[in-house]
Ligand binder design. Structure first.
Ligand code: UT7
Length: 329
């Protein structure tokens, strides 16, 4: 039994926030943002638009490409750090909207690595139990609601959006499996350098936590930067080694889109030429778990990859979490 990528989809909200807009909000400038991050603009969800709304749009497009209906789904997994609610899960909300009555649904929290972790879990579930034949995997975030719009260190970095992938199993021996190698990691000794401090059971929400801006992303940028480069290079090299596939045979590297400087530091160390590295951080900023799904969908619909091509996905985020998947699109 093999599993293939039957469809991809993505969605970004309509509203665009440019670097020029940010210049009016905090002490920053377009040149600093462009040269330090590569970001030119980002999309922000409307006030009445939640993470599940964006995941629904991305998922709908992925289902359409796959040629299947919501009711055909056996599971829905949503990678997100900005669920609609603490509970019920965003996955359950999507189930209702898709009419996916037979699907079991849950959210997976691995920050910016959310889509990679979710794909690995979905693939493993499908291999373990043949009853799960069609699984919708989404990475979706409304980071604008956990961004401190008074903090120039972080507010220039993030955006909202969603990406989705439909995995489908096949009994046809001629269909090759989409997952060739994976290398996923976590390191809980770095929880302090990238976190949202309050609102959980450690520091419950109070008037004080709100006043102290503890419901926003806090990040030690420089430290995260260095760790991100090393971690993505190490995981990327590992999946190349495990698969025995040469870097020259990789059609496209899709790195998590946090900062173009990180991406430019990772690419040469994987031995893949720059022109085979996908970048759209300039348009969307860092959309956390949504980032790789948006890239994959843009690459597929834009004709940059075709079925059968080797694609290396690599991500890094809070937790810390990181890893790489080598897939056959
Ligand atoms: O997705 C999860 C993973 N996240 C990441 O991978 C993010 C990793 N980190 C980064 O991308 C970068 O570290 C940042 C883009 C966040 C920051 O870039 P940096 O080159 O590490 O800058 P810095 O934090 O060292 O700041 C340099 C200077 C500072 O001023 P001084 O102390 O040198 O006077 C900052 O105060 O730039 C200043 N600065 C800004 N200036 C204008 C910081 N933010 C801004 C800003 N506009 N928005």
């Amino acid at each position: 039994m093999s599993i293939r990528i039957a469809g991809t989809g993505s969605y970004v909200p309509e509203r665009i926030l440019t670097n020029a807009d940010l210049e009016k909000m905090v002490e920053t400038n377009d040149e600093w943002i462009r040269t330090r991050t590569g970001i030119e603009e980002r999309h922000l969800a409307a006030d009445n638009e939640a993470t599940s709304d964006m995941a629904y749009e991305a998922g709908r497009r992925a289902l359409e490409m796959a040629g299947i209906r919501g009711e055909d789904l056996d599971a829905i997994i949503v990678g997100t750090i900005t669920p609609d609610h603490v509970f019920p899960s965003t996955g359950c909300i999507l189930q209702q909207r898709f009419g996916a009555e037979g699907a079991f649904c849950f959210d997976l929290e691995a920050a910016c690595s959310g889509l990679l972790f979710s794909l690995e879990v979905a693939h493993s579930l499908m291999k373990a139990n043949k009853r799960y034949r069609r699984v919708l995997v989404c990475g979706a975030e409304k980071l604008s609601c956990i961004t401190d719009w008074t903090d120039r260190n972080t507010c220039v970095l993030f955006g909202d959006g969603a990406g989705a992938v439909v995995l489908e199993s096949s009994d046809d021996a001629a269909v090759p499996d989409c997952l060739i190698a994976s290398d996923l990691h976590s390191d809980g000794s770095y929880t302090e350098i990238l976190k949202l401090p309050a609102g959980g059971s450690r520091i419950p929400t109070s008037a004080e936590t709100v006043a102290n801006h503890q419901h926003f992303i806090h990040m030690a940028g420089k430290e995260v930067f260095k760790l991100a480069v090393n971690a993505m290079v190490s995981a990327g090299r590992q999946v190349l080694e495990d698969s025995g596939i040469a870097p020259e045979a990789i059609k496209l590297v899709i790195p998590h889109q946090a900062n173009s400087r990180i991406i430019h530091a990772v690419a040469p160390r994987l031995g893949v030429p720059e022109e085979r590295v996908f970048i759209n951080v300039n348009k969307y900023g860092n959309t956390s778990a949504a980032s790789i799904g948006i890239c994959l969908d843009e690459a597929a619909r834009g004709g940059l990859i075709e079925h059968g091509d080797y694609v290396l996905l690599t991500a890094f985020g809070g937790g810390l979490t990181w890893g790489a998947l080598l897939i056959r699109y």
